[in-house]
Ligand binder design. Structure first.
Ligand SMILES: *[C@@H]1O[C@H](CO)[C@@H](O)[C@H](O)[C@H]1NC(C)=O
Ligand SMILES: *[C@@H]1O[C@H](CO)[C@@H](O)[C@H](O)[C@H]1NC(C)=O
Length: 485
């Protein structure tokens, strides 16, 4: 009885159900003829039976394909034809239920306007490729072609040399809070350190809990210029699974092959002005492949959407229903189990030099100035060079009680140390060093300057110190953002 109910539910119409039962009968017939059983005729006869069954085409339900690419690796499935089913399978690091994505795709098909927003680093910001070669725009162009009735708003909120730690509190400075689909590319911008698991988790929670309940897809690129082939992206994978966020990886497809043939780096990576391969930034071929792998995933969900009117439900009440798939887990994965805790959605406060929404503007300032690196408009800072320079910002602290700064860390720019404190609490101020010994890595870093701060308005003050960790005595400091939650 349960089987029959299930068959009816999953197929929709009695005719389909009959066909399915007929198929099952054939399968059972094959099964019993395949295995010699005591009362069966000779094996020769049995093989003949099997052959007849295999060559008979299955009865066709005569269903029209909603899209040409829904013939699963057939002639209409251009991406499978191009990449091979094996590579598409490898690209799907975590496939997920895609409950939210399918809802957004249905809306797009119905002609509702859709906002797709992207968070990422310099790859996504387009370093080394022309705008029309950027994976974001390739994906957007495909979306436009696929949903001609739905107006697409595409927001590229990538910030070079910045990772999940910054975005977890400052994403709202770079993308709209009413996005329908958010795609991230943060694997190589995060170092493989445990705190980045937590940062990425905060980011996922905050995005999933936005009022628009957006669908999220984590894409991952890779680089050959880091201390390991494994980067923060390998920590994000666990978070992706916990939050049922699909994860599409370019590395899974390309890297094993590139390791066999190192000359392929010129094919996959960008070539800089000196003609040298840039092992930090994929080139056009990499961007195109990432877009294609992402598109192949979305196409698969579109086809699934049309497979059946209603998703097949679980039989047991102990298993979650399809309707539970959009929910955000009650507890964070980086905290212990309990039965009571309920987290309220985080609405972080952020002021950043990398945005026009809430620019990092001081309430009082002595010696700090707006400054950009070699006139590079994408990397603005608030900078001081003279010890004693002091700057203050008005901040709004939330339930978390935490205040942080984002600043540049580098071995090369002669960076010094600052001391920061909240309100009049200078005695409990903390020192933050801009210098580190990591040569060749100049990147935004985040530091917690206060915890346990009461909810509400406060003032954060930072002062440049005489002391420095830079061997050459450098005392420059470059601030990027201030956040609180
Ligand atoms: C999508 O179509 C809109 C409207 O025609 C256009 O403005 C936009 O540039 C297109 N986006 C992409 C990424 O092609
Ligand atoms: C940076 O420029 C903005 C806008 O002109 C200004 O309000 C702000 O005070 C400047 N910041 C510093 C540190 O001088």
């Amino acid at each position: 009885m349960a089987l029959r109910q299930r068959v009816l539910r999953s197929t929709g119409s009695p005719l389909n159900a009959l066909l399915l039962i007929f198929n099952i009968a054939i399968l059972l017939a094959i099964f019993f003829f395949q295995w010699p059983i005591p009362w069966s005729p000779t094996t020769v006869h049995c093989e003949q039976q099997v052959e007849v069954q295999v060559h008979q085409p299955p009865p066709s339900p005569g269903k029209q394909l909603p899209y040409a690419f829904c013939d699963t690796c057939g002639p209409g499935d251009a991406l499978c034809q191009q990449y091979g089913a094996h590579n598409l399978a490898r690209s799907r690091g975590y496939e997920g239920s895609n409950a939210r994505l399918r809802r957004v795709l249905r809306d797009a098909e119905r002609g509702r306007p859709i906002k797709v927003a992207v968070l990422g680093g310099s790859v996504t910001n387009g370093h080394g490729v022309k705008p029309d070669q950027n994976w974001v725009n390739l994906f957007g162009a495909w979306w436009n072609r696929t949903f001609p009735r739905s107006e697409l708003t595409l927001q590229n909120g990538a910030v070079p040399a910045t990772g999940s730690d910054y975005f977890s509190m400052c994403f709202g400075e770079h993308i709209d809070r009413d996005a329908d689909l958010i795609v991230t590319e943060l694997a190589v911008n995060d170092q493989r350190i445990e705190s980045n698991t937590e940062a990425f988790e905060w980011l996922m929670r905050a995005l999933l809990e936005l009022p628009s309940q957006p669908a999220i897809i984590n894409t991952q690129v890779f680089g050959l210029a880091y201390s390991m082939l494994s980067t923060g992206g390998d920590l994000h994978t666990s978070v992706s699974q916990y939050y049922d966020v699909p994860h599409i990886s370019l590395r899974n497809v390309v890297l094993p092959h590139l390791l066999q043939d190192p000359s392929l780096d010129r094919y996959w990576f960008a070539i800089n002005r000196e003609g040298v391969v840039d092992h930090r930034h994929i080139g056009y071929n990499g961007h195109r492949a990432l877009a294609d792998l992402l598109i192949a995933h979305v196409q698969r969900q579109l086809c699934a959407l049309h497979d059946s009117e209603e998703p097949v439900q679980a039989l047991d009440a102990e298993l979650p229903a399809w309707s539970a798939m959009e929910a955000v887990p009650r507890l964070r994965m980086m905290e212990p189990y309990d039965t009571q805790t309920v987290h309220h959605p985080l609405v972080p406060f952020c002021m950043s030099t990398r945005t026009t929404r809430h620019p990092l503007v001081p309430v009082s300032n002595d010696g700090w100035a707006n400054w950009t690196y070699r006139g590079n408009r994408v990397k603005p800072y608030i900078r001081a060079t003279i010890p004693g320079s002091k700057v203050s910002f008005r901040i709004v602290v939330g339930a978390m009680g935490r205040v942080r700064i984002t600043y540049l860390k580098s071995a090369e720019f002669g960076l010094g140390t600052i001391k920061c404190w909240v309100d009049e609490d200078e005695a409990r101020g903390v020192k933050v060093a801009g210098h580190w010994d990591w040569k060749g890595l100049n990147t935004a870093n985040v530091f917690v300057v206060a915890r346990g701060v009461s909810q509400g308005e406060h003032v954060l003050t930072c002062q440049l110190l005489e002391e420095t960790q830079h061997p050459g005595g450098g005392t420059e400091f470059r601030l990027i953002a201030v956040d609180a939650a």
